[in-house]
Write a protein that binds this ligand. Sequence first.
Ligand code: PEP
Length: 252
Amino acid sequence: MRKPIVAGNWKMHKTAEEAVDLAQAIAPLVAPSLTSCDVVLCPTYTSLGAVHGVIGGSGIGLGAQNMHWEGEGAYTGDISPAMILTSGCAYVILGHSERRQYALESDEMINRKTLAALAAGLTPIVCIGEQLEQREAGRVEEIVIGQVRAALEDVEVDRAPSIVLAYEPVWAIGTGKTATAGQAEEVHALIRSFLTERFGREAADAMRIQYGGSVKAENAEELFSQENIDGGLIGGAALQADSFAAIVKAAK
Ligand code: PEP
């Protein structure tokens, strides 16, 4: 019922030239999957225009990795929704755990960004996830649902289906430790049930929840076959065309 969505988060990797090469290698490999899976590439800001030149019109989506919530102003080093939109983006990753950790982004900032993305016509990919100590202390539900609730404050029901959530347990990002399919599905089901309470069944059933955290070709199929897992947000394995394409293929 929900079309899966697989997004590659290239983080602070690849110059514009390297990003073009990677996009060129990925495009033909994922083309056959585009009818059954949305595919999004998220290079760094300086490569957005160049990558758009490669994938524009191909059906592959382009996403930024962050943005400011204001339309313009004295925010040195920041970038606005209109700037990424006019670079060809339809998507923007918000609240990635690395932004929460290194740029001290709060739930409130992520909520402002989410509302600004929706207002600009961008699809936000809103990241949530617990840290290892929080999991060990039995606080997964409290942390993750708290983050979802805060990020989606003031979102109206009719906008909810265009939001993508990415559940990324922080302990699984870039560590090679993937949540088991069962662990991930358990949290995705909790998120879905919160969304049902918050927006009603119809909207909640339409919302896609990606899993992220050391997804590779070898574990993607089992993760993506879970009822409430609608594709993935991929870091390390998105930096090689073959491994990214194999993950896309696993999402049906
Ligand atoms: C990410 O950065 O969103 C991510 C999931 O990274 P990795 O796949 O490398 O764990």
